[in-house]
Structure formats: structure tokens, C-alpha cells
Write a protein that binds this ligand. Structure first.
Ligand SMILES: [Fe+2]
Length: 306
């Protein structure tokens, strides 16, 4: 029962107007909605939905304030949904937007549906090196903003790491790509597949959202997207930078959604031959390098120069 990845993320927010403005600046496409329902799409059709946090349409929150209220996971075809429902021992809901729904050990809702995402290829990234010339008579792209392709992963604080691993790995079939034993695990939804669709991080007694991450084509789009957000007045949480685990370039921005939003590119891709490793938590394993406060989009210089 391979999952295709994240098909939608649903948030409850305190300021729907700010949420809309953030999503437009972030580079998503407005897909309508109404006064109570903001609905935006990435390039491949992944949905980002926001409602006011007290909206009774939303699944219950697992923390106070704005936060993630549901993750919708995709499967390839209806037969996959039937197999998943049978394996979980839950009947499929007829006519529902997502016919299968359950809560994780912290009470966060996870729903499943046949994916609505369409394949989108990253922009070509032709890199020249001595003796290896890939870009000829062509200038490299400079991005003045990002256009995220999809929602690549979510990161959750979990109350009990082992209970979460039992749920995601043993019940839902996620695979551990790498881990900090006793503290956190990077989980992928399918093999072959990208390094993680979900990262669960132990925070006993205080589960919640850490961040939601959006894939972009390459490091240059990470830079262009982050600087565009800075020009729009949003604040950097951390970035740009690079993760040694997963290899991705990142830029985290503070958002009105209760957790950061991340642009990232160039993450590892795992087949059956990938060897999961166990790591000890150290700052240099979170970021090989990172810029605190971001790069100002107008001056093109770091904001917090030492
Ligand atoms: Fe991330």
C-alpha cells in the first residue's frame, strides 16, 4: 500500500486574511474558497487549506493557537484505499472527500484519498564544472520568487516517540530513512522515494506542529523564494542553510499557521539500497551551515550581521 505523499494540509488559523496573504507571497495559486475557507494549490495540485481555528468543520486541534489540523495522504488508486482500509480495520466512508480517516497517538487527524496531484518536473538545473559542462550558451536562472511544486514533508512534535513509530511504521507502513534513537525519526512514505515525508520529534507532554515544507526546483529557487518573502515583510526563522541529514538546502520562514514554512531542494532519494543511519543529536547535524535571520531581499545581505 504505497502512499504517494502528502495530498493536502489543513490548518486552523487566527487570522485568515494574514494566512491568505502569506500563501500568495509563498507562491501558491488561489483556488477559490470562500470567506471562511482559504484554499491554495502548489504547482502539482497539493492543497493548502486554512479555516478559522474555531471552525467546526475542522478536526480537533492537538495544541492551542493556530496549527495543523489534518494531513491528507494520497494513494495511487481506489484499490489501494480498499487495501489500506482492510489492513486498518476501518470501513471506507462513501462519498467523503477523503474516504479514510484516523487519528495518530497525539490525536492529529490523518486522512487518505486517491491522489489529485499531477506530476510536475523540477526546472532543469544545469551545473558547469571543469571538464563537465552541462550549461552551454545559456545563463543560469535567477528566481525573483518561488513557486513550490508540492508539500514535501511535515514535522511533528510527538508526545511518545515509540507510540508514534508504532502508528506510522507498523500501522501505516512508513519506513525509517534515518533516526536520532530515542529522540526523532525521518520517515518516508514509499520506496523508492524522497528521504522523508514526515519527521517525528519527541516532545513529551507537548505535541504539536514544528513545520511544513515545500519542494522547489533547486537551491537558487530556495534563495529567490526566501528573499521574496523578506521583501514582503515576513520574517526568517532560520536560513538559508543546508541539512547534512537529507542533504537538502532549506529556508524556514515564520508563518501565521502555528509552525514555520520551509522551502527546500535537493534532498536525498532512497531506494531499497538506502542504508538508514542512527545519529546523535548535534547542531552540526541539523545544519551544515545556516544564516540566522535570513538575507534581506533588497540589500541582498544577511539581516543579522555579527
Ligand atoms: Fe523540513
Amino acid at each position: 500500500m504505497p502512499l504517494t505523499g502528502i495530498d493536502a494540509v489543513v490548518f486552523g488559523v487566527e487570522d485568515l486574511t494574514a494566512a491568505r496573504r502569506f500563501l500568495i507571497d509563498w507562491g501558491l495559486r488561489d483556488d477559490g474558497g470562500d470567506d471562511h475557507n482559504a484554499r491554495y494549490l502548489t504547482r502539482d495540485g497539493t492543497e493548502v487549506i486554512a479555516r478559522e481555528k474555531d471552525d467546526p468543520c475542522l478536526p480537533p486541534p492537538i495544541q492551542t493557537g493556530p496549527t495543523l489540523r489534518e494531513v491528507v495522504w494520497g494513494v495511487e488508486e481506489p484499490a489501494d484505499l480498499q487495501r489500506l482500509a482492510a489492513a486498518l480495520g476501518i470501513p471506507l466512508a462513501v462519498g467523503a472527500d477523503a474516504p479514510l480517516r484516523l487519528v495518530d497517538p497525539d490525536g492529529l487527524s490523518h486522512a487518505f484519498r486517491v491522489t489529485r496531484r499531477v506530476p510536475v518536473l523540477a526546472d532543469p538545473q544545469d551545473v558547469n564544472g571543469p571538464g563537465v559542462v552541462r550549461r552551454v550558451d545559456t545563463r543560469a536562472t535567477i528566481y525573483d520568487r518561488a513557486r513550490p511544486i508540492s508539500v514535501g514533508h511535515v514535522v511533528l512534535f510527538v508526545d511518545n516517540l515509540q507510540a508514534s513509530l508504532d502508528f506510522f511504521v507498523h500501522r501505516l507502513g512508513f519506513v525509517v530513512s534515518d533516526s536520532y534513537p530515542g529522540h526523532a525519526a525521518f520517515l518516508r512514505a514509499r520506496t523508492p522515494g524522497s528521504h522523508h515525508d514526515l519527521f517525528v520529534l519527541a516532545r513529551p507532554g507537548n505535541p504539536g506542529l514544528n513545520h511544513v515544507a515545500f519542494t522547489v526546483s533547486n537551491i537558487h529557487e530556495v534563495f529567490g523564494g526566501g528573499m521574496a518573502m523578506m521583501r514582503h515583510g515576513w520574517e526568517t526563522d532560520l536560513g538559508p542553510g543546508r541539512h547534512p541529514i537529507s542533504s537538502a538546502y532549506f529556508w524556514y520562514m515564520r508563518s501565521p499557521f502555528g509552525g514555520s514554512f520551509e522551502y527546500y531542494a535537493d534532498d536525498d532519494y532512497c531506494t531499497e539500497a538506502w542504508e538508514a543511519r542512527e545519529f546523535e543529536r548535534k547542531p552540526e547535524l541539523f545544519a551544515e551551515w545556516a544564516i540566522s535571520g535570513g538575507i534581506d531581499g533588497n540589500t541582498r545581505r544577511q539581516v543579522r550581521a555579527a
